[in-house]
Design a protein around this ligand. Structure first.
Ligand code: TGC
Ligand code: FAD
Length: 404
């Protein structure tokens, strides 16, 4: 912020002074391809996201023009095969891309997570060859925008109780119900929707904008993820052609497999948000003088910064190992839950500490801290809440199920 001659506050684009932090030389564990992908996305974020993000978040508006750019930098399905619109890279490349996007803003990472892991992935994994050919190249290039409908107004953490349903009607299914809190729904061309059939089995299907009875109202009033657009999906006797049913999966494991893919990306993404807060706080601690010294010279500030980089480094190691396991096809859903839970909570705590280091300035959009902090409140909740992931770990280590 600055003031004009009338004393009015004038907003200006925040300068992105982010510098790389790699305390344990973890870059040495990355391949040339990983580093190239990461640096390309970092440059894109500095050029395209940082100059506009505060203003879009302030207006609670999604920078939808960035969908095309996200496609161009390969952010949609980085680890899906190239012939199906993906990037043909490995899981660590996918991770570092998500990290850089979320360093810019969790909402921008969300745009990519949903498109790649929650829309392209289920069509690739569970769709017919016709569905793959029809939708994936257009999703990969950003020509189509997709969304993922699992959560309902009355069923969030327990999607298995969903009431959205389909009924057989000759060459189509009749879809009824509603989905809530759906990222990108108001701007989506298509939705991957999970609904129960007449036998009560969860099935996935592709619902296209324009189908009669299908609407996507916007949810307003969010104080978090303000640069991401969120809405509902409402189905009133929507005729969905049988050709749109995903043929190759039945049951909750379908959507949960997509969530595993997206939660993995979030585990990496959260490190990006944490790094951005740490970077800003470290710089501020050297520039801000109180009691005649930089505040970074006070032991209490050093404790905050030392703990931040320690937690970031632990999260980086956890995630790198998870990525290695994922590349070998050995990352379990419970391991992914542990990383998502740990890293998002770590990032939120770092955002809070970084805000303190910035004093009053920390609450302004002169710095990215408060925006990251507010975003991370959503990230802590979506894709499985902090406590749900704890219970997944608890179930894994005890063999006892706290949900049932
Ligand atoms: P449960 O009986 O445990 O499991 C049902 C079947 O699914 C299998 N499974 C998984 N498969 C793949 N990946 C996973 N992560 C899996 N977790 C479980 C499981 O083996 C079983 O298979 P089978 O063959 O026996 O049928 O199911 P449950 O009903 O007891 O639920 C367990 C629970 C609570 C962990 C699950 O419902 C859950 O994860 N709840 C949280 C819901 C959630 O995460 N919602 C996210 C909505 S999407 C979203 O937030 C997008 S935000 C996007 C953005 O903007 O970035
Ligand atoms: P609830 O399930 O009602 O939980 C409320 C509280 O109860 C939480 O603290 C939870 O941990 C706790 N709780 C619940 N069950 C238990 C238990 N067994 N033991 C202990 N505690 C428990 N969903 C989609 O399908 N697609 C999307 O694209 C999508 N995008 C989203 C975007 C945003 C901005 C937000 C906020 C959410 C989005 N979601 C999306 C929904 C998200 O996944 C849910 O909000 C989340 O799964 C939690 O569900 P809920 O909000 O209904 O909370």
């Amino acid at each position: 912020m600055s003031h004009n001659s009338n004393g009015t506050i004038v907003k200006r684009a925040r300068e992105d002074r982010y510098q790389h932090h790699d305390y344990y030389n973890l870059d040495e564990l990355l391949s040339e391809d990983h580093l190239l992908a990461r640096d390309a996305v970092r440059t894109w974020v500095k050029q395209e996201v940082s100059p506009i993000i505060e203003e879009y978040a302030d207006r609670a508006e999604c920078p939808t023009h960035l969908f095309k750019g996200l496609a161009e930098i390969g952010a949609f399905g980085p680890s899906l095969p190239e012939e199906y619109g993906g990037g043909g890279m490995d899981e660590i490349a996918y991770g570092v891309i998500m990290q850089e996007l979320e360093r810019g803003d969790s909402g921008i990472r969300s745009m990519a997570s949903v498109q790649g892991s929650l829309v392209m992935y289920p069509i690739y994994k569970f769709g017919s060859e016709e569905q793959r050919k029809k939708y994936l190249p257009k999703l990969g290039s950003g020509e189509f925008i997709g969304c993922f409908g699992l959560t309902e107004p009355d069923f969030g953490s327990n999607p298995s109780d969903m009431i959205t349903n389909i009924r057989d009607d000759g060459d189509a299914y009749i879809l009824n119900g509603a989905k809530m809190w759906i990222t990108n729904s108001p701007v989506a061309d298509l939705a991957v929707v999970w609904a129960k059939d007449e036998q009560g089995i969860i099935r996935g299907m592709i619902v296209e904008r324009g189908m009669k009875g299908f609407t996507t109202p916007t949810i307003h009033g969010k104080w978090s993820l303000r640069a991401s657009i969120t809405g509902e999906l409402v189905f009133e006797d929507v005729r969905v052609p049988k050709a749109n049913l995903l043929p190759n999966v039945q049951g909750l494991k379908g959507p949960l497999a997509c969530l595993s893919k997206a939660r993995y990306g979030i585990a990496w993404g959260a490190i990006g948000a944490a790094l951005d807060c740490y970077d800003a706080a470290l710089r501020y601690s050297k520039e801000r003088i109180q009691f005649g010294k930089p505040i970074g010279q006070f032991q209490l500030t050093q404790k905050k910064l030392a703990e931040m980089i320690t937690e970031i480094t632990k999260a980086q190691l956890l995630t790198w190992r998870l990525g290695t396991l994922a590349n070998e096809g050995r990352a379990t859903p419970a391991q992914i839950s542990m990383a998502k839970r740990n890293n998002v909570n770590m990032a939120l705590e770092i955002a809070r500490e970084a805000r303190q280091i910035h004093g009053g300035m920390g609450i302004t959009n002169e710095y990215p801290i408060m925006r990251h902090m507010m975003n991370l409140e959503t990230v802590l909740t979506y894709e499985g809440t902090h406590d749900i992931h704890l219970l997944i770990t608890g179930m894994d280590v005890t063999g006892l199920n706290a949900f049932k």
